[in-house]
Ligand binder design. Structure first.
Ligand SMILES: [Zn+2]
Length: 391
């Protein structure tokens, strides 16, 4: 007996070490809570470097920074412009060293938070995220996207852990343009359409849980988004903000590297290489979901995907998410540009290859220009709100 269990133990220790970073160590949320949150910040350090965009830093000058200074914290700030790129990261690394920063605070949207998380990770400093919009779940996750200075997606970096502190102040988020929340809804519903394809058949407990949470997240957003957008600050609005910033993060945390993105984000990544349209992450991802469903229709003849696409088109029309390239400001792109975006999306390392079938360049280009095509053939009565990828 003893001998056998020792053997089991030694087999276990030789298997790869799987780390899960489910959540930030601490999440504080409420309205006008920045003032109360300074205690939690000062427990992490007293020389914070605040990283944000130029506009955000100007807007939060009084609310965030003045307050931190009153708390006898030695604050410095730095911009992540032009993007969460290698050049910015290098400059911020230097700024953090010069300030002798002992905690990094990211303030802003996804890119500002991704930059702050990455600077903190590289310098092994604690990280605080303060989202100023509900446009992504970047405030929560242990992942950063790196872009070129021009904003083209290059690669993502898995971080050792989720942020040490997430401060979700609804008053602050309420000041963001409505469009950012709409984009956040698009990015969050993608979790279901992508996770159910990449991990829907997993036997692993935590992955099953992540995929199911993605379905719950989608349903909450289907039910509450329209009401939320009609009345910012309302109960429904707050629940939708929690869904896009927090629950979307839980799914990434539980599912980890195995519960990854599929075609929707791959299409987003492709579009960043041609996009000067000014559309934001979640808008491109939302369009990418339609492309993914269209691929399942075209290549697999999947009628559930066709019905799901029709359901999404209705939902997008209701809340203002883009349905086609022209809605992203790309109505005039050339065939060459379309091909370039599709080629990037089909790069050998792309998550698009998690689809259970091969995608040819021509098929992807066809899907990209036909996201609003009517469903061919019979009507699909009976396939209503619970459709998913493969039943
Ligand atoms: Zn995303």
């Amino acid at each position: 007996m003893y001998h056998q269990s020792t053997k089991t133990l030694s087999t276990q220790t030789s298997s790869p070490l799987l780390t899960v970073s489910v959540a930030p160590a601490k999440v504080v949320r409420g309205s006008d809570i920045l003032t109360q949150a300074s205690d939690a910040i000062s427990q992490l350090g007293n020389r914070p470097l605040i990283i944000g965009g130029e506009r955000t830093l100007a807007v939060t000058q009084e609310s965030v920074q003045e307050f931190l200074k009153q708390q006898r914290l030695h604050v410095a700030q730095a911009c992540y412009t032009p993007d969460c790129s290698e050049a910015s990261l290098k400059a911020l690394h230097k700024a953090a060293k010069e300030h002798k920063a002992d905690v990094i605070i990211g303030v802003g949207g996804g890119k500002a938070l991704d930059t702050a998380k990455l600077v903190g990770y590289k310098l092994q400093l604690p990280v605080v995220t303060i989202p100023t919009s509900a446009s992504t779940c970047a405030a929560w996750t242990a992942l950063s996207n790196v872009y070129s200075d021009e904003g083209a997606f290059l690669y993502d970096v898995g971080l050792a852990k989720c942020p040490d502190l997430l401060i979700l102040d609804y008053e602050l988020v309420k000041t963001a343009p409505q469009r950012t929340l709409i984009a956040g809804i698009g990015d969050a519903i993608a979790k279901w359409y992508e996770a159910s394809v990449s991990s829907g058949h997993s036997e692993q407990t935590l992955i099953i849980a992540a995929v199911q949470q993605a379905r719950v997240l989608r349903d909450i957003l289907f039910q509450k988004s329209a009401a939320a957008l009609k009345e910012p600050g309302s109960e429904a609005w707050q629940q939708v903000v929690d869904a896009t910033v927090l629950l979307a993060g839980v799914i990434g945390g539980l599912g980890g590297a195995q519960c990854r993105t599929v075609a929707a984000h791959a299409v987003h990544n492709g579009l960043t290489h041609i996009c000067e349209s000014g559309s934001i992450h979640g808008e491109k991802v939302a369009y990418g979901i339609l492309v993914q469903l269209r691929l399942e229709e075209i290549i697999q003849g999947n009628q559930l995907a066709a019905a799901a696409r029709q359901q999404l088109l209705k939902f997008y029309a209701e809340i203002g998410l883009p349905q086609k390239l022209s809605d992203l400001g790309l109505g005039n792109i050339t065939l060459n540009e379309l091909q370039k975006a599709a080629e990037v999306a089909l790069h050998p390392n792309s998550d698009i290859h998690r689809l259970p079938f091969k995608v040819a360049l021509e098929q992807l280009m066809a899907a990209m220009v036909s996201t609003t095509a009517p469903v061919e053939g019979r009507s699909h009565t009976g396939l209503t709100s619970t459709v998913n990828q493969d039943g």
